[in-house]
Design a protein around this ligand. Structure first.
Ligand code: IPM
Ligand code: MG
Length: 397
């Protein structure tokens, strides 16, 4: 009685396989990494997004304009604001990223992006694909890099989350085979695993870090996670100087909050969904998801974003200006580092830590009893230009 439904699902599955095999072929033809030293100008695009997004993105933009004043003046850096990646516009054209906006995005080299609303079934919005997920796919931003540091607890982690495969890539292409049976697909490829795992090992090697931790659930999800883990084993052989270990996602979530164990983790690499989950957990240990930045890196493009959501409630309640721009400012520091301004990036990072973790002269609460995002950004800029920045920083270490 289900034959027709099964046939329809099989046909759908066939199309998915063809698409994914094409993607594998594309990954096999190696692409060069963008060399920012040869670009003039380097174009930085600002995508505000939804909810509190445009408010916090504006603050991060001011900070970058301040740090890159000379480069902007000399035409080395160009800044562009890309408007309209809002849930209203996306719902209107029923697209994760409207065509014209995607075109604008592709004209930039790097992007700083505020949060974008991701609808789910039952929301007032049509259940369209996440703009984050679409952007990561469209720009092939395969590495989601998320550092988390809590120096006083000895925590110094950097997560390499695979960003273009796993449970996400076909997140909008699952099937309701019948009213009772829903199937989603999880995809892991050799090429997709290799590139993210290699990036994690490279990072460890370059930074003299002697441990890479691989997170899967390969004991249960045998094919896809199994491939990720097998690939790690293979890549690890190319890095004999870096030790590695593997953990299952469930026990990993426990060990990240185990003071006796967690300080041993340094570089962590995981498939998409596990990486999503443990990076929120890790960010919480640092002071909340509002404190962590996230880099989405591909060979050609890179996008830097806040790791939290768009908080539409804050806008509705008139509290948008009290939203914390720390996460997107952290992302801005990662952007500076990525395009070659390492010293400026370091200054900004130090200033951000001094302002929000140590000195705390301006405190954001998300409400009118706390400071505004603009006040925090001003404080961060003052701290960046403070000649005492370095000695202040040292006094807190
Ligand atoms: C993140 C976010 C996104 C994700 C959402 C908004 C789709 O949680 O960047 O971690 O799951 O990747
Ligand atoms: Mg997340």
């Amino acid at each position: 009685m289900y034959e027709q439904k099964i046939e329809k699902a099989k046909e759908h599955f066939g199309k998915i396989l063809a698409e994914q095999l094409e993607r594998v072929e594309r990954m096999k033809t190696s692409q060069e990494w963008t060399d920012y030293t040869t670009l003039k100008p380097i174009t930085i695009g600002f995508v505000g997004g939804d909810g509190i997004g445009p408010f916090i993105a504006e603050e991060a933009k001011r900070v970058l304009e301040f740090l890159l004043k000379d480069e902007i003046a000399s035409g080395k850096i160009e800044m562009r604001t890309i408007e309209g990646l809002t849930i209203e516009n996306r719902a209107k054209v029923m697209k994760a990223i409207p065509e014209d906006i995607l075109e604008e995005i592709k004209k930039c080299h790097v992007l700083l992006k505020g949060p974008t609303t991701t609808p789910k079934k039952g929301d007032p919005w049509p259940n369209i694909e996440s703009a984050n997920v679409a952007m990561r796919r469209e720009l092939d931003l395969f590495a989601n890099v998320r550092p988390v540091k809590v120096p006083e607890d000895g925590i110094d982690w950097i997560f390499f989350r695979e960003n273009t495969e796993g449970a996400y890539i076909l997140g909008r292409k699952g099937v309701d085979v019948t009213d009772d049976l829903a199937i989603d697909f999880k995809v892991i490829t050799t090429q997709g695993s290799e590139r993210i795992i290699r990036m994690a090992f490279d990072y460890a090697k370059k930074n003299n870090i002697n441990r890479v931790t691989v997170v899967t659930k390969a004991n249960v999800v045998k094919k896809t996670d199994g491939k990720f883990l097998d690939t790690a084993e293979k890549i690890a052989k190319e890095y004999p100087e870096v030790e590695w270990d593997d953990w299952f996602i469930d026990i990993m979530t426990a060990k990240l909050i185990d003071p006796a164990r967690r300080t041993q983790f340094r570089v962590i690499v995981a498939p998409n969904l596990y990486g999503d989950i443990i990076t929120d957990e890790a960010a919480q240990l640092q002071g909340g998801v509002g404190t962590a930045g996230s880099a989405n890196i591909g060979k050609r493009y890179a996008m830097f974003e806040a790791i939290h959501g768009s908080a539409p409630r804050m806008v509705k309640e008139g509290r948008a200006k009290y939203a914390d721009p720390s996460s997107i400012m952290r992302a801005a520091a990662m952007l500076l580092n990525h395009i070659g301004y390492k010293e400026k990036a370091e200054k900004l990072e130090k200033a951000l830590s001094i302002c929000s973790q140590y000195e705390k002269k301006v405190v954001i609460t998300g409400r009118s009893d706390g400071a505004t995002g603009a006040e925090l950004a001003n404080y961060v800029m003052e701290t960046v230009k403070d000649p005492e920045l370095e000695s202040k920083w040292k006094s807190y270490q």
